[in-house]
Design a protein around this ligand. Structure first.
Ligand SMILES: C[S@@+](CC[C@H](N)C(=O)[O-])C[C@H]1O[C@@H](n2cnc3c(N)ncnc32)[C@H](O)[C@@H]1O
Length: 273
Protein backbone atom coordinates (compact mmCIF):
# COMPACT_ATOMS: atom_id res chain seq x y z
CA UNK A 1 0.00 0.00 0.00
CA UNK A 2 1.43 3.39 -0.90
CA UNK A 3 -0.06 5.89 1.48
CA UNK A 4 0.14 9.67 1.81
CA UNK A 5 -1.35 12.03 4.38
CA UNK A 6 -2.87 15.40 3.51
CA UNK A 7 -5.51 17.77 4.89
CA UNK A 8 -8.95 19.02 3.92
CA UNK A 9 -9.01 22.24 1.88
CA UNK A 10 -8.14 25.45 3.80
CA UNK A 11 -6.82 23.66 6.89
CA UNK A 12 -6.19 25.36 10.23
CA UNK A 13 -2.72 25.20 11.77
CA UNK A 14 -3.97 22.53 14.21
CA UNK A 15 -5.14 20.33 11.35
CA UNK A 16 -1.81 20.72 9.54
CA UNK A 17 -0.02 19.78 12.78
CA UNK A 18 -2.25 16.71 13.31
CA UNK A 19 -1.68 15.59 9.71
CA UNK A 20 2.08 15.99 10.14
CA UNK A 21 1.97 13.99 13.40
CA UNK A 22 -0.05 11.20 11.75
CA UNK A 23 2.34 11.05 8.78
CA UNK A 24 5.32 10.87 11.15
CA UNK A 25 3.72 8.10 13.22
CA UNK A 26 2.98 6.07 10.10
CA UNK A 27 6.35 6.87 8.49
CA UNK A 28 4.68 8.13 5.29
CA UNK A 29 4.85 11.50 3.47
CA UNK A 30 2.76 14.50 4.51
CA UNK A 31 1.66 16.34 1.37
CA UNK A 32 0.23 19.88 1.72
CA UNK A 33 -3.18 19.97 0.06
CA UNK A 34 -2.50 23.11 -2.04
CA UNK A 35 -6.01 23.06 -3.53
CA UNK A 36 -5.39 19.79 -5.38
CA UNK A 37 -8.32 17.41 -5.75
CA UNK A 38 -7.87 14.00 -4.09
CA UNK A 39 -7.80 12.36 -7.53
CA UNK A 40 -5.00 14.73 -8.62
CA UNK A 41 -2.99 14.01 -5.44
CA UNK A 42 -3.44 10.27 -5.97
CA UNK A 43 -2.14 10.52 -9.49
CA UNK A 44 0.71 12.97 -8.77
CA UNK A 45 2.07 10.89 -5.85
CA UNK A 46 1.05 7.45 -7.18
CA UNK A 47 -0.80 6.80 -3.92
CA UNK A 48 -3.27 3.94 -3.50
CA UNK A 49 -4.62 5.19 -0.19
CA UNK A 50 -4.95 8.72 1.17
CA UNK A 51 -5.50 9.90 4.72
CA UNK A 52 -7.22 13.28 4.77
CA UNK A 53 -7.23 15.12 8.10
CA UNK A 54 -10.25 17.39 8.58
CA UNK A 55 -11.74 19.20 11.58
CA UNK A 56 -13.64 16.05 12.60
CA UNK A 57 -10.58 13.78 12.44
CA UNK A 58 -8.72 11.64 9.93
CA UNK A 59 -10.46 9.72 7.14
CA UNK A 60 -8.76 7.15 4.95
CA UNK A 61 -9.86 6.77 1.33
CA UNK A 62 -9.18 3.25 0.04
CA UNK A 63 -10.26 1.19 -2.93
CA UNK A 64 -12.78 -0.60 -0.65
CA UNK A 65 -14.31 2.62 0.67
CA UNK A 66 -13.70 5.37 3.18
CA UNK A 67 -13.01 4.72 6.84
CA UNK A 68 -13.41 7.36 9.52
CA UNK A 69 -14.32 6.79 13.13
CA UNK A 70 -18.03 6.59 13.89
CA UNK A 71 -20.18 4.83 16.46
CA UNK A 72 -21.69 2.39 13.96
CA UNK A 73 -24.17 0.24 15.94
CA UNK A 74 -22.58 0.96 19.33
CA UNK A 75 -24.95 3.78 20.30
CA UNK A 76 -28.08 1.77 19.41
CA UNK A 77 -26.77 -1.32 21.23
CA UNK A 78 -26.02 0.75 24.35
CA UNK A 79 -29.47 2.41 24.23
CA UNK A 80 -31.04 -1.06 23.93
CA UNK A 81 -29.10 -2.20 27.00
CA UNK A 82 -30.24 0.90 28.91
CA UNK A 83 -33.82 0.03 27.94
CA UNK A 84 -33.45 -3.46 29.38
CA UNK A 85 -32.94 -5.32 26.11
CA UNK A 86 -30.15 -7.83 25.88
CA UNK A 87 -27.05 -7.82 23.71
CA UNK A 88 -25.83 -11.19 22.44
CA UNK A 89 -22.14 -10.31 22.77
CA UNK A 90 -22.59 -9.08 26.35
CA UNK A 91 -24.56 -12.23 27.20
CA UNK A 92 -21.97 -14.50 25.60
CA UNK A 93 -19.23 -12.79 27.65
CA UNK A 94 -21.32 -12.80 30.85
CA UNK A 95 -20.05 -9.23 31.08
CA UNK A 96 -20.89 -7.10 34.12
CA UNK A 97 -19.57 -3.88 35.67
CA UNK A 98 -16.02 -4.06 36.97
CA UNK A 99 -14.81 -6.78 34.59
CA UNK A 100 -11.72 -6.53 32.37
CA UNK A 101 -11.92 -7.30 28.65
CA UNK A 102 -9.15 -7.89 26.14
CA UNK A 103 -10.62 -7.28 22.68
CA UNK A 104 -8.02 -8.92 20.42
CA UNK A 105 -9.55 -7.56 17.18
CA UNK A 106 -10.45 -3.90 17.79
CA UNK A 107 -11.34 -2.88 14.21
CA UNK A 108 -13.89 -0.04 14.32
CA UNK A 109 -14.23 -0.54 18.12
CA UNK A 110 -18.01 -1.00 17.98
CA UNK A 111 -17.87 -4.08 20.21
CA UNK A 112 -15.19 -2.52 22.44
CA UNK A 113 -17.36 0.57 23.08
CA UNK A 114 -20.34 -1.59 24.08
CA UNK A 115 -18.06 -3.68 26.33
CA UNK A 116 -16.56 -0.52 27.84
CA UNK A 117 -20.02 0.87 28.61
CA UNK A 118 -21.02 -2.34 30.42
CA UNK A 119 -17.68 -2.83 32.22
CA UNK A 120 -17.95 0.79 33.38
CA UNK A 121 -15.40 2.98 35.12
CA UNK A 122 -14.46 0.17 37.53
CA UNK A 123 -13.74 -2.23 34.66
CA UNK A 124 -11.44 -1.94 31.66
CA UNK A 125 -11.28 -2.65 27.94
CA UNK A 126 -8.01 -3.03 26.05
CA UNK A 127 -8.27 -3.28 22.26
CA UNK A 128 -5.54 -4.84 20.13
CA UNK A 129 -5.30 -3.98 16.44
CA UNK A 130 -2.50 -5.21 14.19
CA UNK A 131 -3.19 -2.76 11.34
CA UNK A 132 -1.31 0.43 12.15
CA UNK A 133 -3.70 2.60 10.11
CA UNK A 134 -6.86 1.13 11.65
CA UNK A 135 -5.36 1.40 15.15
CA UNK A 136 -4.52 5.04 14.48
CA UNK A 137 -7.90 6.11 13.06
CA UNK A 138 -9.92 4.15 15.61
CA UNK A 139 -7.66 5.32 18.45
CA UNK A 140 -8.01 8.95 17.34
CA UNK A 141 -11.81 8.64 17.27
CA UNK A 142 -11.98 6.98 20.69
CA UNK A 143 -10.00 9.87 22.18
CA UNK A 144 -11.70 12.76 20.34
CA UNK A 145 -15.24 11.79 19.21
CA UNK A 146 -17.92 13.26 21.47
CA UNK A 147 -21.49 11.99 21.80
CA UNK A 148 -23.26 15.28 22.56
CA UNK A 149 -26.41 13.61 23.84
CA UNK A 150 -24.70 11.16 26.21
CA UNK A 151 -21.73 11.79 28.44
CA UNK A 152 -21.65 8.12 29.57
CA UNK A 153 -21.10 6.92 26.00
CA UNK A 154 -18.34 9.51 25.51
CA UNK A 155 -16.65 8.27 28.69
CA UNK A 156 -16.95 4.68 27.44
CA UNK A 157 -15.04 5.68 24.30
CA UNK A 158 -12.29 7.41 26.28
CA UNK A 159 -11.73 4.39 28.53
CA UNK A 160 -10.88 1.98 25.68
CA UNK A 161 -7.10 1.53 25.64
CA UNK A 162 -5.81 0.95 22.09
CA UNK A 163 -2.66 -1.09 21.46
CA UNK A 164 -1.24 -1.50 17.95
CA UNK A 165 -0.20 -5.14 18.27
CA UNK A 166 -0.74 -8.61 16.85
CA UNK A 167 -2.73 -10.66 19.35
CA UNK A 168 -0.57 -13.75 18.69
CA UNK A 169 2.50 -11.98 20.11
CA UNK A 170 0.63 -9.94 22.72
CA UNK A 171 -1.16 -12.91 24.27
CA UNK A 172 2.08 -14.88 24.62
CA UNK A 173 3.55 -12.11 26.78
CA UNK A 174 0.59 -11.82 29.17
CA UNK A 175 0.52 -13.57 32.55
CA UNK A 176 -2.10 -16.27 33.26
CA UNK A 177 -5.56 -14.99 34.25
CA UNK A 178 -4.80 -11.36 33.41
CA UNK A 179 -8.22 -10.48 31.91
CA UNK A 180 -11.73 -11.68 32.79
CA UNK A 181 -12.72 -11.97 29.12
CA UNK A 182 -10.68 -12.43 25.95
CA UNK A 183 -12.65 -11.64 22.79
CA UNK A 184 -11.99 -12.29 19.09
CA UNK A 185 -13.92 -11.00 16.09
CA UNK A 186 -11.64 -11.97 13.18
CA UNK A 187 -12.45 -11.02 9.61
CA UNK A 188 -15.00 -13.66 8.61
CA UNK A 189 -13.79 -16.45 6.35
CA UNK A 190 -16.93 -15.94 4.24
CA UNK A 191 -17.61 -12.19 4.45
CA UNK A 192 -21.18 -10.94 4.85
CA UNK A 193 -20.52 -8.17 2.29
CA UNK A 194 -24.07 -6.80 2.16
CA UNK A 195 -24.57 -6.15 5.84
CA UNK A 196 -21.00 -5.58 6.86
CA UNK A 197 -19.86 -2.46 8.69
CA UNK A 198 -16.29 -3.61 8.16
CA UNK A 199 -16.37 -3.22 4.35
CA UNK A 200 -14.41 0.10 4.44
CA UNK A 201 -11.50 -1.50 6.35
CA UNK A 202 -11.35 -4.65 4.22
CA UNK A 203 -8.19 -3.67 2.31
CA UNK A 204 -6.46 -2.44 5.48
CA UNK A 205 -7.40 -5.26 7.84
CA UNK A 206 -5.38 -8.27 8.93
CA UNK A 207 -7.23 -11.17 7.29
CA UNK A 208 -5.45 -13.99 9.10
CA UNK A 209 -7.65 -16.68 10.64
CA UNK A 210 -7.74 -17.40 14.35
CA UNK A 211 -5.48 -20.34 15.18
CA UNK A 212 -5.93 -23.07 17.82
CA UNK A 213 -2.58 -21.89 19.29
CA UNK A 214 -3.86 -18.32 19.82
CA UNK A 215 -7.08 -19.69 21.29
CA UNK A 216 -5.10 -21.80 23.75
CA UNK A 217 -3.10 -18.71 24.81
CA UNK A 218 -6.39 -16.81 25.19
CA UNK A 219 -7.71 -19.55 27.52
CA UNK A 220 -4.58 -19.22 29.65
CA UNK A 221 -4.99 -15.42 29.81
CA UNK A 222 -8.77 -15.40 30.47
CA UNK A 223 -10.03 -15.79 34.02
CA UNK A 224 -13.60 -16.38 32.90
CA UNK A 225 -14.39 -16.71 29.21
CA UNK A 226 -13.00 -16.63 25.70
CA UNK A 227 -15.59 -15.50 23.16
CA UNK A 228 -15.25 -15.77 19.37
CA UNK A 229 -17.63 -14.03 16.95
CA UNK A 230 -18.28 -15.73 13.60
CA UNK A 231 -20.94 -16.02 10.94
CA UNK A 232 -23.73 -18.44 11.89
CA UNK A 233 -23.08 -21.82 10.28
CA UNK A 234 -19.35 -21.11 9.81
CA UNK A 235 -17.07 -24.14 9.79
CA UNK A 236 -14.68 -22.07 11.96
CA UNK A 237 -16.57 -23.17 15.08
CA UNK A 238 -15.82 -26.84 14.43
CA UNK A 239 -12.26 -26.15 13.22
CA UNK A 240 -11.50 -24.30 16.46
CA UNK A 241 -13.35 -26.75 18.71
CA UNK A 242 -15.94 -24.18 19.79
CA UNK A 243 -18.92 -26.30 20.76
CA UNK A 244 -20.98 -23.70 22.61
CA UNK A 245 -22.35 -20.98 20.34
CA UNK A 246 -24.89 -18.34 21.37
CA UNK A 247 -26.78 -15.75 19.31
CA UNK A 248 -30.18 -14.58 18.22
CA UNK A 249 -32.49 -17.06 16.53
CA UNK A 250 -32.67 -14.97 13.36
CA UNK A 251 -29.18 -13.43 13.56
CA UNK A 252 -26.45 -14.12 11.01
CA UNK A 253 -23.90 -13.95 13.86
CA UNK A 254 -22.93 -16.47 16.52
CA UNK A 255 -20.60 -16.22 19.51
CA UNK A 256 -18.53 -19.28 20.33
CA UNK A 257 -17.88 -19.44 24.07
CA UNK A 258 -15.17 -21.22 26.04
CA UNK A 259 -15.66 -21.21 29.79
CA UNK A 260 -12.18 -21.00 31.33
CA UNK A 261 -13.26 -21.02 34.96
CA UNK A 262 -11.84 -24.00 36.84
CA UNK A 263 -14.28 -26.90 36.88
CA UNK A 264 -14.75 -29.02 39.95
CA UNK A 265 -14.06 -32.69 39.15
CA UNK A 266 -11.16 -31.95 36.74
CA UNK A 267 -10.73 -33.62 33.35
CA UNK A 268 -12.10 -32.15 30.14
CA UNK A 269 -10.38 -30.60 27.20
CA UNK A 270 -7.46 -28.21 27.49
CA UNK A 271 -9.87 -25.30 27.40
CA UNK A 272 -12.93 -26.87 29.05
CA UNK A 273 -15.56 -26.21 26.39
C1 LIG B 1 -14.00 -7.84 11.94
S1 LIG B 1 -12.88 -6.63 12.45
C2 LIG B 1 -13.34 -6.36 14.13
C3 LIG B 1 -14.53 -5.50 14.27
C4 LIG B 1 -14.76 -5.08 15.72
N1 LIG B 1 -15.17 -6.18 16.53
C5 LIG B 1 -15.77 -3.97 15.80
O1 LIG B 1 -16.73 -4.08 16.57
O2 LIG B 1 -15.59 -2.95 15.13
C6 LIG B 1 -11.40 -7.51 12.67
C7 LIG B 1 -10.23 -6.61 13.05
O3 LIG B 1 -9.22 -7.42 13.67
C8 LIG B 1 -7.96 -7.06 13.18
N2 LIG B 1 -7.08 -8.22 13.34
C9 LIG B 1 -7.09 -9.38 12.61
N3 LIG B 1 -6.11 -10.20 13.01
C10 LIG B 1 -5.47 -9.57 14.04
C11 LIG B 1 -4.37 -9.91 14.88
N4 LIG B 1 -3.70 -11.06 14.71
N5 LIG B 1 -4.00 -9.06 15.87
C12 LIG B 1 -4.68 -7.88 16.03
N6 LIG B 1 -5.69 -7.48 15.23
C13 LIG B 1 -6.10 -8.31 14.26
C14 LIG B 1 -8.23 -6.68 11.73
O4 LIG B 1 -7.19 -5.86 11.20
C15 LIG B 1 -9.57 -5.98 11.83
O5 LIG B 1 -9.42 -4.60 12.05
Amino acid sequence: MSLIVTTAQRPSNDIIQTANDIAARLGVPFIPRNRYSLAALREKYEACDLIVVASNGPIIHTAAGDYFFHLSMAELRIKNLINGKHDHMVNAMGLTAGMSVLDCTLGLATDAIVASFVAGATGSVTGLESSQVIALITGYGLQHFTVDSDVDITSSLRRVKVVNADYCQYLKNLPDNSFDIVYFDPMFRNPLYKSSNVNPIRTLADMSPLTPGALKQACRVAKQKVVVKEAAGSSEFARLGLFTAVGGKYSSIRYGVIDCRPKTGGGGQPWNV
